[in-house]
Ligand binder design. Sequence first.
Ligand code: ADP
Length: 243
Amino acid sequence: MLKLNTSKGKLIVVEGIDGSGKSTQIDLLTKWLRTQGKLVYFSEWNSSPLVKSTTRLGKQEKMFTPTSFSLLQATDFVHRWENHILPMLKVGAIVLADRYAFTAYARDVARGVDPEWVRNLYSFALMPDLVMYFRIPLDTAVERILSSRAKIKYYEAGMDLGLSKDKLTSFRMFQKKVIQQYERMVPEFNFVVIDGATSVEKQQKEVRAAVKGILGGWIGQHDTIPVKKKPLHRIVAKVEGEE
Ligand code: ADP
């Protein structure tokens, strides 16, 4: 249901449960591509300013149902999609996304949302050129999360589902359901599976090899200005003005 990417750009996505190491890998990948002078745009799940305050309120007051949570995150995605991701693809950039529609397919369905409904919700989006799925044993991911930050949050733990009164137990039960959904998507969307339990260096080698595989022969937009200093709105305006 995701449309074919016929834009000039390349869309690369990382997916996996929390603690699977995907942010570490996409961060290294971003830096690697930028040092090669490629025009790279990075987008992170649930990061749009449009719904930030509503998301915070819904979480604080525990107001979300699986459907309203799903719709709000889809709104967040649409905002990033229309304002940044698609325009950047149109100018021939490499867009790197830390989580994409597949996160909704995994988490929302794990929350009981209808799989077809949530797939339809994102049907405006393009199928990435590459999706790397970081497969990791749940215990390893939990260990990493607990040693890297103070606590697991309510919705992250799937506490809204009433699986267990204990947050850690709930987190484990919820993440198991999320993993089940991801595993179903491996053949459905042709995910490239990266063993998230191996070293950062080994994974980065595999990540770069997979990326080279889709960039071979492709001439994208070359970056002449460091991306941090680039006035993104000008690029967006130029693309919008063309159509
Ligand atoms: P995610 O984005 O999937 O939640 P992160 O990249 O944020 O995962 O990694 C979660 C934690 O695990 C961080 O503290 C990170 O430093 C650590 N980590 C990432 N990759 C590895 C690895 N290959 N081996 C050990 N620890 C790792």
